[in-house]
Design a protein around this ligand. Structure first.
Ligand code: NVA
Length: 319
């Protein structure tokens, strides 16, 4: 992962703020480590003895919160969970000062925040690793574990085709674009015009695909049938991400209806396609119950792998 020099101390610190902080080699290493840990968790039970992870949540969480806490415990360390609303950040204390104080107490910080810019502030003022546990813009830990799950199911990454349908101006799509570009997975995104992924992230993915010689194809379209054609992986995410206001719901549901993953559209994917959703999922919204609970769905294996990948990420940053 990318290292940075802190302003206060000339000490190298590794962090995971987005998948731009890793490359294909690092992702391969993390996948191999997760596979090894999953096979033999006992071997790693003391690796983080004496280490403490602080977790700060500005948004709700199930998988990220529990898997990181269980991961720390089963590696022999400890985790402290705090809600952002319980901290003086943004009221009596700045993010910068919070970072400086916490760096003196704990060994790493995992934060789930609204703004990526706040997470960058946290990192730039910390002398310890900072992990992105989801911002409006990126969700790197989730996509690393998804790459592990795809690898487990398909026995390879390079040369596969992933199709994403739904709200693409979001954290999960952004990280899928970067992650697929690193690993040589073709990615086709279909979404409404007003929910396209951010242009600079698409450009970054294209640049990574070119530089890493992964040569994957990147397609952004408004046509779901074009995107899903012959896909190995069909991925969707919530139509109402945590940062979306309830007032937008009605209009979003209308715009996204055409991008629902249902038994009709999946006929265009490969027969042995796998269905993925980072969860939480709403049956009847971004996918039907039939798809979510059907035989091609691997959403709960995906959820399990958060735990194994979290351990690999923590070991890689803290050891
Ligand atoms: N895009 C979703 C991901 C949830 C894990 C959200 O931000 O709420």
């Amino acid at each position: 992962m990318k290292t940075h020099k802190t302003k206060t101390k000339q000490k190298e610190v590794k962090s995971l703020l987005s998948l731009m902080d890793v490359d294909a080699k690092k992702i391969d290493e993390l996948i191999s480590l997760s596979v090894a840990i999953k096979k033999n968790p006992g071997k790693y039970s003391k690796k983080l003895q004496g280490k403490t992870l602080l977790m700060i949540f500005q948004k709700p969480s199930l998988r990220t919160r529990i898997s990181f806490e269980v991961a720390m415990n089963s590696l022999g360390g400890k985790a402290i969970v705090t809600e952002m609303s319980a901290l003086p950040i943004g009221q009596k204390e700045s993010m910068e000062d919070t970072a400086k104080v916490c760096s003196r107490y704990v060994d790493a910080i995992m934060a789930r925040l609204f703004d990526q810019s706040e997470l960058i502030k946290l990192k730039e003022n910390s002398t310890i690793p900072v992990i992105n546990g989801l911002t409006n813009e990126f969700h790197p830990a989730r996509i690393l574990s998804d790459l592990l799950t795809i690898y487990e199911k398909k026995k390879k990454l390079k040369g596969l085709k992933l199709c994403y349908l739904g709200d693409a101006k979001n954290n999960v799509t952004h990280c899928l674009l970067i992650g697929c570009a690193h690993m040589g997975i073709d990615i086709s995104v279909a979404c409404p015009k007003e929910m396209m992924p951010r242009a600079e992230i698409v450009s970054k993915a294209q640049e990574i695909a070119k530089k890493s010689k992964s040569n994957c194809k990147i397609l952004i379209t408004n046509d779901p049938k074009e995107a899903i054609d012959n896909a190995d992986i069909v991925y969707t995410d919530s139509w109402m991400s945590y940062h979306i206001l309830p007032a937008e719901k009605e209009q979003r549901l209308k715009a996204l209806k055409e991008y629902q993953v249902n038994s009709e559209i999946v006929r265009y994917a490969k027969k042995d396609y796998i269905f993925m959703n980072c969860l939480p999922a709403m049956r009847g919204y971004e996918q039907t119950a039939e798809v979510m609970d059907g035989q091609n769905s691997i959403v709960f294996d995906q959820a399990e792998n958060r735990l194994h990948m979290q351990k690999a990420i923590l070991l890689s940053l803290l050891k």
